[in-house]
Ligand binder design. Structure first.
Ligand SMILES: [Zn+2]
Length: 252
């Protein structure tokens, strides 16, 4: 059966002299790995090799979900331009590669997440337009939080994840922590039970409790939040994401 979908390439590796294995995040079908036979030939059904962040319409045959699908067509949106200009901006490119790595690792094959697809597409579009490092960090943090939400791992950020005391109304001297094992913020009364916790500055805690503040935050605060998120993704995946070090090196 041939299936049509709208998709973004999140991984592309050479399979042979002429073919590639590509992973697409498709809007209706979810994550799909497929062989693109002949995609590296000068004339193919794919307008040349498929690159990461290629975006457009795909057609694939998928008779057996245990095996690789076969990509039969790829038609790029935007007249073939896609998100190729990302490669002109290293901080944007690294942030997008990091987002794609996390998306690939936190979603399952054939598990549709249309909202996450839309969020990822918007993230790539914003990344292509934005150029300041602080903007990129803010965009990345917001995408990472929407990724966690969409895959069912939304962290508790408006209250202590353990005792449920609301974050709002806390006295300024209160210490706030983030714990990966608690999946969210942890208050001073509870932090002793969570050895993996990281202490947050007041600014970072305020941003996490009120995500609207992220867009106007200073780079220092964003780096602190991203460091906490990298720690959290490392705990979730059982290893440090490969792209993490490139993104945290964004700071001067
Ligand atoms: Zn608590």
């Amino acid at each position: 059966m041939l299936i049509k979908d709208t998709a973004i390439c999140i991984r592309a590796v050479d399979f042979s002299e002429t073919s590639q294995i590509v992973t697409f995040f498709a809007r209706a079908a979810g994550k799909i790995s497929a062989i693109a036979k002949g995609s590296k030939r000068p004339k193919s059904a794919f307008d040349g090799p498929i690159e990461i962040f290629s975006y457009g319409k795909i057609v694939f045959s998928d008779s057996n979900k245990e095996k690789l699908a076969t990509l039969t067509e790829f038609e790029s949106a935007y007249g073939g331009a896609g998100f190729t200009s990302l490669s002109n901006n290293l901080s944007a490119l690294n942030s997008c590669l990091f987002a794609a790595e996390l998306l690939n690792n936190l979603t399952h094959d054939h598990d549709p997440h249309p909202q996450l697809f839309d969020d990822f597409l918007q993230f790539l579009q914003n990344a292509q337009e934005g150029n300041k490092k602080t903007e990129m960090l803010a965009l990345l943090i917001l995408f990472q939080l929407s990724l966690l939400k969409e895959v069912g791992l939304r962290p508790v950020l408006n209250a202590c994840a353990n005792c449920k005391t609301k974050y709002e109304g806390r006295k300024t001297r209160d210490e706030i922590y983030f714990s990966s094992s608690a999946n969210g913020l942890v208050c001073r009364d509870c932090e002793a039970s969570f050895p993996d916790k990281l202490r947050l500055t007041k600014r970072a805690a305020n941003c996490l409790a009120n995500l609207k503040l992220i867009a106007e935050s200073q780079e220092k605060t964003l780096i602190e939040i991203e460091t906490v998120l990298v720690h959290h993704f490392t705990e979730l995946l059982g290893r440090k994401p490969k792209m993490a070090k490139y993104v945290l090196n964004l700071s001067p």
